[in-house]
Design a protein around this ligand. Structure first.
Ligand SMILES: NC(=O)c1ccc[n+]([C@@H]2O[C@H](COP(=O)([O-])OP(=O)(O)OC[C@H]3O[C@@H](n4cnc5c(N)ncnc54)[C@H](O)[C@@H]3O)[C@@H](O)[C@H]2O)c1
Length: 304
């Protein structure tokens, strides 16, 4: 199959591209390289350095005629969306709308959309949160991802769709200098002998899922035929304090983390119920938190 991956030069998207290439698919990447990096794009994939909002995206569809579109391009930081909701909407709503319209015009068979379970449910009434949990996002990022889901569904009358709501994804290629990505940011700081900064008391919890498990979920969601959505996570809560302790053991860091005020827009506790993904996609996470953190620390060490 020919698959167009938006955001395929980014952290998660580049792993999804690798998984598709490994499965024998022909891959085209559209990425404007704001946070993505050319060198992360699999050599077997064709890269168009283009914005998903640009009129030239039509030319790519015209030339490539993809069977499937996998949509990972986004403004992916909760904090940046709080600071500039309009900029987030431009990319995450208008960009998604532009892409969905082209999928319909060019008879794409299936669209796979990277959404968020971490930012869509709000502070959950029950943990782990399943897909039936009310959606009350606390940030413009969460609101716009939810709008993106609705657009994918709305345009899905002529094509099939899969929405994957990710927990907190971590692993190799995550930007250690970015706004988001606590595992990469803490590990880099610790490897450099610097104390990481925890926003709040560190008792807030996240559901950390390894990026290769997420890439595998994308492969399965591409091959599935039904239009449906599923959480992708582990179901387990890990506090940021515990995460810092684990990472200190892998990096040899001996100091204490610093603390700063909690960041607006972020939920306090979250973990995702993934039984739906197990039933629908026969997917379950295969990488334990300790193995994933060790692999991430090893990778970050090699990029020094
Ligand atoms: N990292 C997580 O924990 C997480 C959790 C839930 C959902 N997601 C979603 O997964 C996707 C990938 O996130 P990531 O963590 O890999 O972030 P990332 O920033 O590494 O990837 C986003 C990619 O999109 C590209 N991009 C941004 N704006 C674009 C535009 N207007 N046109 C074309 N390309 C553009 C960037 O250059 C980058 O390569 C996003 O949709 C994000 O919302 C991520």
């Amino acid at each position: 199959m020919k698959i167009l991956v938006t955001g395929g030069a980014g952290f998660i998207g580049s792993h999804v591209v690798d998984a598709y290439v490994g499965a024998g698919h022909q891959v085209v990447v559209v990425d404007n390289l704001t946070t993505g990096r050319r060198e992360q794009v699999n050599a077997a994939a064709q890269l168009y350095a283009l914005d998903i909002r640009s009129p030239e995206l039509r030319d790519v569809f015209e030339r490539e005629r993809p069977d499937v579109v996998n949509h990972h391009a986004a403004q992916a930081s909760v904090t940046a969306s709080v600071a500039d909701p309009r900029a987030d909407a431009e990319i995450n709503v208008m960009g998604t709308l532009n892409l969905c319209s082209l999928c319909v015009q060019f008879s794409v068979r299936r669209i796979v959309f990277a959404s968020t379970g971490g930012a869509i449910y709000g502070d959950p009434q029950r943990i782990p949160a399943d897909e039936q949990h009310p959606t009350t996002p606390l940030s413009p990022y969460g609101i716009h991802k939810l709008v993106g889901e609705h657009y994918v569904r709305y345009f899905g009358s002529g094509l099939t769709w899969a929405v994957l709501r990710y927990a907190n994804v971590y692993g190799p290629r995550q930007d250690p200098h970015g706004e988001a990505g606590v595992v990469a940011i803490f590990t880099r700081a610790m490897l450099d002998g610097k104390a990481p900064t925890i926003f709040g008391d560190g008792k807030q919890t996240r559901d950390f899922i390894y990026v290769e498990d997420v890439a595998r979920a994308n492969l399965l969601a591409t091959d599935a035929t039904a239009s449906d959505l599923a959480n992708i996570g582990t179901g387990a809560e890990t506090s940021v304090n515990d995460l810092a302790r684990h990472l200190a053991s892998f990096t040899g860091f001996r100091g204490d983390p610093l603390h700063a005020a909690p960041r607006p827009g972020e939920v306090h506790r979250i973990a995702l119920d993934v039984s739906k993904a197990r039933r629908w996609l026969a997917w379950s996470p295969q990488t334990s938190l300790m193995d994933g953190l060790r692999k991430t620390a090893t990778w970050l060490q090699s990029t020094r």
